[in-house]
Design a protein around this ligand. Structure first.
Ligand code: LP5
Ligand code: MN
Length: 244
């Protein structure tokens, strides 16, 4: 059966071999049979520039390069952890970088795909932070810094974020329903797929005679989370980690 796969929020890092193993197995055993793979952001725990060539990163890049060489197109939308993935990464892996909000034709169903952070408007502190770090000039300056310093700044940001999140309510950290509706209307579609909130679910609702669907991908902390879509629809699934 033809099918397309979606994943997000893996937060790959050298400290979580279980996630990496699950991901590499997913790539070599499952993704090879798909029509396409979409990665909707936060593939990495943090990305500080395409010039960061650790053996860990190399291993992940090789998995993507192998897949694209086998003829499976891979599309990537930036998350809030890896928005610095750039043209060089794309060239080295054969993946295609997409705009932060992209409409695709999913077996005849027009679908808006995005990371999901732009839906969280109630989180004003995050939106202010996002506007700052998305400035081209600031990103350019950051990418000119030595890797060791970039690594320290990223760690500070991660710690600052974890700290800030402890003070935020779960409503603030979820999507803003009006913004979901606005982005769907803006794109002229009734289907959306995103990640970021780590609240895997298929939301369905009816408004003014239209049936809407919003699928939220899960994170990969306890197990893998994979959305499998085909001509008959989509199925949100999990993948077990193998414990050694
Ligand atoms: O990521 P997560 O799940 O913890 O929380 C996100 C939001 N946080 C972020 C920050 C990222 O985690 C940091 C990623 C580092 C990327 C690599 C470095 C690139 C640097 C580029 C510079 C140009 O996205 C969090 C949301 C949450 O999702 C839910 O939506 O709430 O938002 C915040 O935590 C923002 C805070 O409210 C305010 C910012 C705190 C950061 C402190 C910065 C200190 C920096 C010092 C640098 C010298
Ligand atoms: Mn995210």
């Amino acid at each position: 059966m033809p099918h397309t796969l979606f994943i997000a929020d893996l937060h790959l890092s050298p400290t979580r071999q279980d996630i990496t193993d699950c991901f590499l197995r997913f790539m070599s055993e499952e993704a090879v049979h798909a029509d396409a793979l979409y990665v909707l952001g936060d593939l990495f725990e943090a990305w500080i520039g395409d010039d960061d060539h650790s053996p860990f990163h190399q291993q992940i890049k090789t998995a993507f390069a192998t897949l694209t060489q086998q003829g499976v197109p891979v599309y990537f939308i930036h998350g809030n952890r890896d928005f610095l993935i750039g043209k060089r990464f794309a060239r080295e892996t054969g993946i295609t970088l997409l705009d932060e909000h992209t409409c695709i034709d999913l077996y005849g169903t027009p679908t808006l795909i995005l990371h999901g952070d732009t839906l969280c408007l109630a989180d004003a502190d995050y939106q202010a932070f996002r506007r700052k770090v998305h400035q081209r000039w600031l990103q350019h300056v950051f990418l000119c810094l030595p890797l060791a310093l970039r690594r320290r700044i990223a760690a500070k940001m991660r710690a600052g974020s974890a700290n800030a999140n402890q003070q935020k309510s779960s409503t603030i950290m979820d999507v803003t329903p009006q913004e979901v509706q606005r982005q769907l209307d803006n794109a002229g579609v009734v289907n959306m797929i995103h990640g970021h909130t780590h609240r895997p679910h298929v939301h369905q609702w009816c408004d003014q005679g239209h049936d809407y669907q919003r699928i939220v991908l899960g994170d990969w902390y306890q197990h893998g989370s994979v959305l499998v879509c085909g001509p008959q629809g989509c199925d949100l699934q999990t993948r077990d980690f193998i414990h050694h």
